[in-house]
Design a protein around this ligand. Structure first.
Ligand code: M6R
Length: 606
């Protein structure tokens, strides 16, 4: 989604700005732009990627201050005019913005009544005009930004540059921004990852904060305080340069990274002699675990599917109600929140606006939320203040793979922790944890011998629609397989709990319709088998994911075996062939696997 990068210092700004936004390309965007003070403000914008922007830039400016942006369109089409940065009517102010201004139409009408002509269809441009009006009335840059944001409704991370003033001014409300500090230079970024080559000393702007930057100084203020103390923290994790190595795409590389990523996630977090997962960052005492009335897990997309699996694990191991809720639906439904309940907010990026909004609703109603997050220092991890990092390492492909399996691994540890304090015996806990320890090895075994993935791709690559089925803990895996195939190969997919097909989806089936069935060797396999028969009776072709040596294998037109495993841990393995099927089908269809159309890695708007 949209990204911001800015620089003020002693070096030429332009190459640093382009490098900064290039490092955030993985987030997904559709246009890009930069503005450099040279000493006049020069703005260059382009539809497409950063390389296309670079082609449009015919000279290297000497200017040492600048702002840059990649845009993921929300208001107004993908055009050069709508790309950021945006100038004010008098060209005294230029700015970049992440987020959505909800009251922009009313503000635009006010500007038009002052004969200010809007040059774009964006919600962003009005902010530049409003700041310029404040400047014109004699306010300084910081006060101009402060007075302007008071008029805005919605979310913003903005970075503003001025024709007649040296400083950059940034403001944050609902959209992350951080300042990087170095000797005689400052950086602004919407993503810590982009700052790593330049500095590890950063200041995370909090909600409502305004930062005024010169090359040697940062001053923080807020609408209620003239001065706010800036807390400098050291960035912990350097993603480094994620290299493709032997792989053609990041998605494939990340699928193959799952065994090591999972080892990293569980390492040091199991007490094998007690049969208990240890998640120190959750800071959950046994007494709290014992008294909690229920567990609620929140997430979007892949994180929601992991939440559904986590809920099943908690119910099975702790025998208390656990429910997974899509974050974007949570606050909409004015949820009843019990302050004693445990709320888990699950997110790879830690920046998903819908999940952040759900956490804020939980906080507002007096309860705590615990983050289950990949990106260290992200908004969700800081907002929750406690939780577990899933340690997947950088996930660059838009389609989430290794974060999914690590979310499940972390939730399995949590489920054994709460399970041991309430229901399961030490032996049961030990059994699950020992099996969990074996999963990376089993993943490697499967990746070495993947079965008939390419035959499945042949069946799917020209399909009109694909149905994915699973029962119990495999139902969310089926959903995840459908999401993966849909997002990278653009094939319409439906996913249902297998028992549900006779209540509607079976109407879609005709001769040759592909149906993917996830049927590990658990107590529900016999039910999945009934669904297979119902589908085959209507001419469907079955792609079956099953455990090796299992007699059900003869039921698939194409059968793909995963290693045998504990019935509660099967999602960690059954999902891998589904990820591979999605990947290879996308390649076969010539799709842009790592950057699927219209999608963003971090969805930072509600
Ligand atoms: O960063 P998050 O885990 O919060 O992201 C949630 C979803 O946007 C994400 O899982 C999305 O569905 C992926 N593209 C799925 O591959």
């Amino acid at each position: 989604m949209c990204s911001i990068f800015a620089y003020i210092g002693y070096r030429k700004a332009q190459p640093i700005l382009l490098d900064g936004i290039r490092r955030m390309e993985y987030r997904g965007y559709d246009s890009a732009g930069i503005a450099v003070k040279n000493p006049e403000i020069q703005v260059i914008k382009s539809v497409g990627n950063v390389s296309q922007l670079q082609e449009k830039i015919t000279q290297i400016f000497d200017g040492q201050t600048g702002i840059a942006h990649t845009r993921w369109a929300t208001h107004g089409g993908v055009t050069d005019e709508n790309a950021h940065p945006h100038f004010s009517f008098d060209r005294k102010v230029v700015l970049v913005h992440n987020g959505i201004i909800e009251n922009y139409k009313a503000l635009a009408r006010q500007l038009q009544s002052l004969n200010i002509e809007l040059k774009s269809q964006t919600d962003t441009e009005i902010i530049a005009h409003l700041i310029a009006l404040e400047l014109k009335s004699g306010k300084n840059p910081t006060a101009s930004v402060l007075n302007t944001v008071k008029k805005l409704r919605g979310t913003w991370g903005i970075c503003v540059m001025f024709a007649d003033h040296q400083e950059l001014v940034c403001a944050r409300f609902g959209s992350p921004l951080l300042v990087g500090k170095n000797e005689n230079e400052m950086f602004v970024s919407s993503d810590p990852h982009a700052l790593h080559p330049y500095t590890d000393r950063v200041i995370f702007l909090e909600e409502g904060h305004i930062a005024t930057l010169t090359q040697n100084n940062v001053e923080l203020s807020s609408p209620t305080k003239n001065s706010v103390k800036a807390e400098i923290v050291t960035l912990e994790q350097d993603w480094g340069e994620a290299e493709l190595g032997e792989f053609e795409h990041f998605m494939l590389k990340e699928i193959y990274e799952q065994p090591d990523a999972l080892r990293h996630c569980v390492s040091g977090r199991m007490s094998l002699n007690q049969g208990i997962g240890r998640l120190g960052g959750m800071r959950l005492e046994p007494a709290v675990l014992q008294q909690t009335p229920h567990v609620r897990l929140l997430g979007c997309g892949t994180a929601f599917h992991a939440a559904e699996i986590g809920a099943a694990l908690v119910e099975r191991l702790a025998r208390i109600p656990a429910v997974a809720t899509i974050s974007s639906e949570f606050k909409t439904n004015d949820p009843v929140i019990n302050p004693k309940a445990i709320h888990l907010a699950i997110s790879q990026s830690g920046e998903t606006a819908d999940t952040i909004a759900a956490i804020q609703e939980i906080h507002l109603k007096g309860a705590k939320a615990y983050g289950v997050v990949n990106v260290v220092g992200s908004t969700i991890s800081r907002l929750c203040g406690q939780g577990v990092y899933i340690h997947s390492g950088p996930e660059q492909a838009v389609a989430s793979t290794k974060a999914f399996t690590n979310m499940i691994a972390a939730l399995t540890l949590f489920a054994t922790q709460i399970g041991r304090s309430r229901h399961i015996s030490k032996d049961q806990g030990v059994d699950i944890l020992k099996e969990l320890q074996q999963i990376p090895h089993k993943m490697e075994g499967y990746l070495e011998s993947q079965g008939d993935i390419m035959k499945a791709v042949e069946l799917l690559k020209d399909a009109k629609c694909v149905l994915f089925l699973g029962r119990g803990i495999s139902a969310p895996v089926a959903k995840e397989g459908a999401l993966k195939l849909m997002e990278v190969a653009y094939i319409p997919c439906l996913a249902y709990p297998a028992g549900e097909i006779k209540h509607g989806p079976i109407a879609l089936l005709e001769e040759g319709s592909p149906v993917v069935v996830v049927a590990p060797n658990d107590s529900l396999q016999v039910k999945a088998l009934s669904a297979i028969h119902e589908c085959r009776a209507r001419g469907a072709k079955i792609i079956l994911i099953h455990e090796e040596g299992d007699s059900i294998s003869s039921e698939g037109d194409i059968s793909i075996a995963i290693p045998k495993c504990h019935e509660l841990l099967s999602p960690l393995l059954t999902v891998i062939p589904l990820q591979l099927i999605a990947y290879h089908t996308a390649v076969a269809r010539g799709c842009n696997v790592d950057r699927p159309r219209n999608l963003a890695k971090s969805v930072t708007v509600e």
